[in-house]
Design a protein around this ligand. Structure first.
Ligand code: FMN
Length: 333
């Protein structure tokens, strides 16, 4: 299947996207998931205040390297003015496929600023943010969570909130099927996401409990326009490839289960990107975080991971990485 789709005003190859993940969705990781076939990636959530008042560290988070477009820039703040000023600053020297507004983060330090899922209690502010951001001419994709109205803090339910965002001009709404109170625990309510997708056909992206191709297929079969791969893709990056196959898309990898050679080749390319784009410290952290997923279920992975964890610097970590065969040959070669 090679036809292009247009989702939320963005032309994409398929409906499988890589999620915004704080501390994870950095350029090297986004390039990895584009290589594995995800049609689109997001930046991690980036503070508007950080962009307006802080230094180069926040600014660097807005960079987009070759090989990772289309990229959606996700901003978080509690008001339309700082949102628009930070967006404008980014657009002065960078380009993106769309803006995402984070209305989903449940963490107290984000709530304190009136941002993230705190906005679910302030529909007027949230809708104004969409209306104002639309003025830059890029598609606007707010990301929200399931809402259970309580007549006090939360006045609108998920569908009413999504409807308000769409009426304000949102081109797509991503819905994570957990409530803010659940944070990242418990099950995502997939039926709530699907209810919204059926009501707002072609305009809802699904998020929550996407761990296997069947989860991706479930959301798409039930009317969602696209699906975000998040923790499931960290646990098993090749889940993206397998999902695309199940959906009938061509992938850039050979058929069947990826071989150890293919896995190692992609891992080493990823490691090169990590070090080149983000430096030693970030590269070591992310490499350790992703390593097990690359060889999920293969005998030898635990020892490989343990040895890599003991590496003191990048040179020794990289040497261990390039020696991957010696960890797996007993079980699999
Ligand atoms: C470590 C971590 C960081 C996250 N960072 C962001 C973020 O920056 N922006 C955002 O919109 N969602 C963020 N999320 C939420 C994910 O994008 C996704 O909606 C959520 O994990 C549900 O999907 P899952 O159950 O398939 O993991 C984060 C989730 C986790 C676990």
């Amino acid at each position: 299947m090679e036809t292009k789709l247009v989702i939320g005003g963005v032309e994409v190859e398929n409906p499988v996207f890589f999620a915004p993940l704080a501390g994870v969705s950095i350029a090297a990781v986004r390039r990895l998931f584009r290589r594995l076939g995800a049609a689109l990636t997001h930046t991690e959530m980036i503070s508007s205040a950080g962009l307006l008042y802080a230094g180069t560290k926040t600014w660097r988070m807005t960079e987009c390297t070759d090989g990772e477009r289309p990229l959606v820039l996700q901003l978080f703040t509690g008001d339309a003015d700082s949102l628009c000023r930070s967006a404008e600053r980014c657009l002065q020297s960078r380009s993106y496929a769309a803006f995402s507004i984070n209305m989903a983060c449940p963490m107290p330090k984000v709530h304190k600023k009136g941002a993230g899922s705190r906005l679910l209690q302030d529909p007027d502010v949230a809708f104004a943010m969409v209306r104002e951001l639309k003025k830059f001419g890029l598609p606007v994709w707010p990301k929200i969570r399931k809402i259970v109205p309580d007549g006090r803090e939360y006045r609108l339910d998920t569908l009413q909130f999504a409807e308000g965002l769409l009426a304000a001009g949102a081109d797509n709404v991503t819905i994570h099927g957990r409530t803010p109170q659940q944070r990242y625990e418990g099950k995502a309510d997939k039926s709530e996401v699907v209810r919204a997708a059926r009501r707002f056909e072609g305009r809802i992206t699904a998020s929550g409990d996407v761990y296997a191709p069947r989860d991706v297929a479930f959301y798409l079969d039930n009317g969602c326009a696209a699906v975000l791969c998040a923790r499931g893709a960290i646990a098993d990056p090749f889940m993206v490839v397998q999902s695309l196959r199940v959906l009938g898309y061509n992938t850039r990898m050979s058929d069947g289960e990826p071989s150890l050679e293919e896995r190692a080749e992609i891992l080493i390319g990823f490691a090169d990107d990590l070090y080149r784009l983000h430096g030693e410290r970030a590269a070591l952290v992310l490499l350790r975080r992703f390593l097990a997923g690359f060889f999920r279920g293969k005998a030898g992975t635990a020892e490989f991971k343990r040895t890599l964890a003991s590496a003191k610097d990048w040179d020794s970590a990289y040497r261990i990485l390039c020696d991957w065969r010696s960890y797996f040959e007993r079980g699999f070669m």
